[in-house]
Design a protein around this ligand. Structure first.
Ligand code: PLP
Length: 418
């Protein structure tokens, strides 16, 4: 494989967003006659050239199916695929690569746990707790398995600031609770959830904890061992990698005990018409030909990110949000939605007298890409009695200039709409 590197920003302690922007070719685009300001990163991030090159290099020089080949290309593809798994293991500090299961993304990772661990471990009277700020993909799979098993999905209250009510959680934690499933960072509000505390509390009553890390991995270094979680799920495309690939990490003893998710090639040890036996971890959960190029691309994206100073990036993103809040305080009719004590990556708001989708459309006309609506968090929107918000979400390549362009766009939108 080519030795691929980013164009700058490689020394620890140094992070400059302007330099980083050169690593993301799409950011040079014009949109509706304006230079693009991309503030829809919570939906998906843009891709560094090293990631795009890694996928192209894979298809140009190494493409073959993995694991069973009797030829050089298959060996190379297998090596690249398993190296990618090892890169993910390093990225989240997994004790072993065999605990890293490839999936299509966070949604499939959570469905996998619900359909396997959930079916095997939930029964009538059991409870799955989750804060009322979860993404639909961390609610609906549990509702589906609850309907099958007789278990109950119980929401945990969220306060006016958009924080999980820890007293309410404590009040609900008892021996009926088998799982707490919670996002690391809320995609709708940016709330950074106190996951370490939630994990410790849940473990006191013997409950397992699944962390939906779809937004978490993009903003903070994640260490699954330090967190002490039982499952951690994330999507490649939200952390500068490709769409179509994601990760489920699990504790070895839990993954070992879980039945397979889908049946097919790769996940078996033996097949006969009297019965089949399952492959070892992680292949037991990886039926069929995997997204080999996706894994290679994700690993390239993660290596890119690990080559930067992640704490400096977090500080940079925090400064962008602080600047947003400062401008928001003086902006007529702007109401922030979600004011948790710890927020990462997301500025969610409403403009009095306007509909979020009108604001989003007028921003787009000025080259500013945001997302509007319920952000796949309808129970949370119901909690606030609103149909949705305008959401500007940030990544490492955003700048103070982007924030200025957002607010200049909002000013125009306000004059047009009111
Ligand atoms: N969980 C959270 C917190 C998210 O933000 C998202 C996507 O927006 C998901 C889950 C689902 O991710 P995916 O669509 O990549 O499976």
């Amino acid at each position: 494989m080519n030795a691929l590197s980013n164009t700058g920003n490689v020394q620890p302690g140094v992070f400059d967003a302007e330099t980083a922007r050169r690593d993301f070719p799409i950011l040079a685009r014009q949109v509706n006659g304006h230079p693009l300001v991309y503030l829809d990163n919570a939906a998906t991030t843009q891709k560094p050239l090293v990631m795009i090159d890694a996928i192209s290099d894979y298809y140009l020089h190494h493409n073959a199916n993995v694991h069973r080949g009797a030829h050089l290309l298959s060996d190379e593809a297998t090596q690249a695929f398993e190296d990618a798994r090892a890169t993910v293991a390093g990225f989240i500090n997994s004790p072993s690569a065999s605990q890293v299961v490839w999936t299509r993304g966070t949604t499939e990772s959570i469905n996998l746990v619900a359909a396997t661990w959930g079916r095997a471990n939930l029964g009538p009277g059991d409870r799955v707790l989750m804060p009322a700020l979860e993404h639909h993909s961390n609610i609906v799979p549990w509702q589906m398995v609850a309907a099958e098993t007789g278990a109950e999905v119980v929401p945990v209250a969220v306060n006016d600031s958009g924080e999980v009510d820890l007293e309410a959680l404590k009040g609900l934690l008892d021996e009926r609770v088998k799982l707490v499933s919670i996002n690391h960072i809320s995609n709708a509000l940016g709330t950074v959830n106190p996951v370490a505390e939630v994990i410790a509390l849940a473990h006191c009553v013997g409950a397992k904890v699944l962390i939906d890390g779809a937004q978490g991995v993009a903003h903070y270094p994640v260490d699954v061992q330090a967190l002490d979680c039982d499952f951690y799920a994330f999507s490649g495309h939200k952390v500068y990698g490709p769409t179509g690939i994601g990760v489920l990490w699990g504790r070895e003893e839990l993954l070992d005990a879980m039945p397979p998710y889908q049946g097919g090639g790769e996940m078996i040890e033996t097949v006969s018409f009297t019965g089949s036996t399952w492959n070892i971890l992680p292949y037991k959960f990886e039926a069929g030909t995997p997204d080999i190029a996706g894994a290679v691309g994700l690993a390239a994206a993660l290596r890119y990110l690990m080559g930067l100073d992640r704490h400096a990036i977090a500080a940079h993103e925090a400064a962008l949000l602080a600047y947003c809040w400062q401008l928001a305080a003086d902006f007529p009719g702007l109401r922030r939605v979600g004011q948790a004590s710890q927020i990462a990556g997301v500025f969610s708001f409403l403009l009095e007298g306007t509909h979020p989708s009108d604001v989003g459309m007028l921003l787009d006309k000025q080259g500013v890409a945001v997302r509007t609506g319920h952000h796949c968090a309808q129970p949370l929107m119901a909690r606030y009695g609103i149909p949705g918000t305008v959401r500007a979400s940030f990544a490492l390549y955003n700048t103070m200039d982007d924030v200025d362009r957002l607010f200049a766009g909002l000013e125009k939108a306000r004059h047009f709409l009111l």
